[in-house]
Design a protein around this ligand. Structure first.
Ligand code: NAG
Ligand code: NAG
Ligand code: NAG
Ligand code: NAG
Ligand code: NAG
Ligand code: ZN
Length: 427
C-alpha cells in the first residue's frame, strides 16, 4: 500500500518547477460563477455527451459490473490510452465537432520535463486564440472563483489510500466534497473510490493519467477524457460528470473545446493554492489556509488541495475549524458552482439518475434508436414511454439504488497487480 503513495509523491515532485503558483495575484476578469450563462449549467438533451454515456433511455435495464471486479477493470487501459483503440462513437463525435468548426485548430504545446508547456512561434498563450490557463488566461465559462462567501471544496488526484480519512472526517461533520479523480487511480483503488461515492461525495474528472493536456493531440485528449468519464459513469450507477480540472491547471481553447463539446465538461481551475503536495507536515498547509481564510469574502474560495497523502489530508483537517471560524460557507465545489447538481443527469451522488440522463429534461426527446432501449422489456419501460412524464425517473430511482446495493466486496488481489502499473506510470 505504500507504493502508490511513494509514486504519487514522485509524480507531484515534478510539479515543483513546472507549476507557477496560481496564487491570488492573477489579474483575472471577474466572470463570477453566478453571472455565467445558464447554458453552462444546463445541458441541452441533444448534447453529444448524453448519447456517449447514456443509461438505458427508459431507465430500468442497465446494469454495471461490480466496482473492483475483474470484468469491471478489464476494458480500461492500465496506463496512457492508446489513441488507435478508442470507441468509434468518441471519434465520430470529435470528427463532427471538428467539421462543425467547434474545435479550434491551434497547435499542441510541448514541454521539457518539469517545465511549463510552450507553443510554436506565432501562438501567444495569452491571446484569445490560445488562452492558456497555465498562463492564467481566463475564458468566460471556466470556473476560477466560487460565489461570494462560499468555500467551494475539492480535492485532486484521488482516490488514494488517504481518501477514507478525508471522507470519514467530512462525514463526521456532515459535509461532502468534490473529488477530481484520476482514472487509473480509480482502477487501482476501487475500495477508496467507493468510500467516497457511497458517502455521497461528488465525483469529477481529473484525466486518465494526469498529463499536461495542451501537449496532447485531439485523439489523445479523447482517450484522457473519455476513459475517465466512462469509468466514473460505469462506477456510479450511470452518472455523467459535469466538471473536470486540468492537471497542473494546463488547458487552452482547444482542450476546453474538446472537454465541452464532446464530453459536456466545464473546466475548473482555482484561485488559491496551498501547495500541500510539496509539504512534509500539516503545519505549513494550515498556515497557508489560514491566510486564504482571512481574506475578503469576494470572490469565494476555490483552493487547490490534494487527497494524495495523510499529510495533505491532515493539513485540511487541521484547517477545518478556521473555515467555520472565519464565517465561510463550506460546500462541495460541484454542488456550489453546478447550481445544486453535480452531474448532468443527477443532482448528487445519492439522488436519482434521470432517464435519458438529463435533469428535468423535456422527455419527448427520448426517442432513442440505441439497442439498449429495445432490449428493455420491463413494466417500467411502458410507464415512461408515454413521454412528458417523469414517472420514468421514479422507476430509475429504485434501479439506481439497486445498482449501488449491488456493489460487491472488492477484490483485494486486484490492487497488487495494478499498483505496479502506477509505479511505472509515475516514476
Ligand atoms: C439554478 O437554480 C435556481 C434556483 O433553484 C433556479 O431557479 C434556476 O432555474 C437554476 N438554473 C439552471 C440553469 O438550472
Ligand atoms: C459500461 O457499462 C455498460 C452497461 O453495462 C456496458 O455495456 C459497457 O461495456 C461498460 N463499459 C466499460 C468500458 O466497461
Ligand atoms: C446535514 O447537512 C444537510 C445539508 O446541508 C442538512 O440539511 C442537515 O440538516 C444536516 N444534518 C445535521 C445532523 O446537521
Ligand atoms: C418539449 O419539446 C417539444 C418539442 O421540442 C415542445 O413542443 C414542448 O413544448 C416541450 N415541452 C416542454 C414542457 O418544454
Ligand atoms: C404521469 O405519472 C403519474 C404518476 O405515475 C400519473 O398519475 C399520471 O397520470 C402520468 N401522466 C401522464 C400524462 O402520463
Ligand atoms: Zn492533479
Amino acid at each position: 500500500m505504500i507504493y502508490p503513495i511513494i509514486s504519487l509523491i514522485f509524480f507531484h515532485a515534478f510539479r515543483t518547477a513546472a507549476v507557477p503558483a496560481l496564487g491570488y495575484s492573477h489579474d483575472h476578469h471577474h466572470e463570477s460563477p453566478q453571472s455565467l450563462p445558464s447554458k453552462t449549467w444546463y445541458q441541452d438533451p441533444e448534447h453529444p455527451v448524453h448519447a456517449l454515456f447514456r443509461r438505458d433511455a427508459l431507465g430500468d435495464g442497465t446494469t454495471y459490473a461490480a466496482v473492483g471486479s475483474p470484468s469491471w477493470s478489464a476494458p480500461y487501459p492500465s496506463s496512457t490510452p492508446n489513441p488507435s483503440a478508442l470507441p468509434v462513437e468518441w471519434l465520430n463525435t470529435l470528427n463532427a465537432a471538428v467539421a462543425a468548426g467547434k474545435i479550434p485548430n491551434i497547435p499542441q504545446s510541448s514541454n521539457l520535463p518539469n517545465q511549463n508547456p510552450v507553443y510554436p512561434t506565432g501562438y501567444d498563450p495569452n491571446s484569445p486564440t490560445v488562452c492558456s490557463a497555465t498562463e492564467q488566461c481566463v475564458t468566460p465559462g471556466d470556473i476560477w472563483d466560487a460565489p461570494d462567501g462560499v468555500f467551494a471544496s475539492s480535492f485532486d488526484d484521488g482516490p488514494t489510500p488517504s481518501t477514507p480519512t478525508l471522507v470519514n472526517f467530512l462525514q463526521s461533520n456532515n459535509k461532502t466534497t468534490t473529488h477530481f479523480m484520476i482514472g487509473v487511480n480509480i482502477l487501482n483503488n476501487p475500495t477508496q473510490f467507493l468510500t467516497a461515492f457511497n458517502a455521497g461525495h461528488d465525483i469529477a474528472v481529473h484525466t486518465w493519467t494526469h498529463p499536461y493536456m495542451t501537449t496532447l493531440s485531439n485523439m489523445d485528449l479523447l482517450g484522457q477524457f473519455g476513459w475517465t468519464m466512462q469509468i466514473i459513469h460505469n462506477s456510479t450507477g450511470g452518472r455523467v460528470p459535469k466538471f473536470w480540472r486540468p492537471p497542473y491547471g494546463d488547458s487552452d481553447m482547444r482542450v476546453r473545446a474538446i472537454a465541452k463539446e464532446i464530453f459536456g465538461l466545464t473546466t475548473v481551475i482555482w484561485n488559491h493554492d496551498t501547495e500541500d503536495w510539496a509539504q512534509t507536515a500539516a503545519g505549513p498547509i494550515q498556515a497557508a489556509m489560514s491566510g486564504f481564510l482571512s481574506s475578503p469574502k469576494h470572490p469565494g474560495l476555490v483552493i487547490l488541495e490534494h487527497e494524495l497523502t495523510d499529510i495533505t489530508v491532515n493539513g485540511f483537517i487541521q484547517s477545518y475549524p478556521l473555515i467555520q471560524q472565519n464565517g465561510w460557507n463550506f460546500i462541495s465545489l460541484a454542488q456550489s458552482v453546478g447550481n445544486g447538481s453535480s452531474y448532468h443527469n443527477a443532482q448528487s451522488s445519492s439522488s436519482e439518475v434521470t432517464p435519458m440522463g438529463i435533469l428535468l429534461a423535456n422527455q419527448t426527446t427520448s426517442t432513442s434508436t440505441s439497442s439498449t432501449q429495445s432490449s428493455t422489456s420491463t413494466a417500467a419501460s411502458s410507464s415512461s414511454s408515454s413521454g412528458q412524464n417523469l414517472s420514468g425517473a421514479k422507476a430509475q430511482t429504485s434501479s439506481a439504488r439497486t445498482l449501488r446495493d449491488n456493489f460487491s466486496p472488492l477484490y483485494t488481489t486486484h490492487s497488487a497487480l495494478v499498483l505496479a502499473g502506477v509505479i511505472s506510470l509515475c516514476v
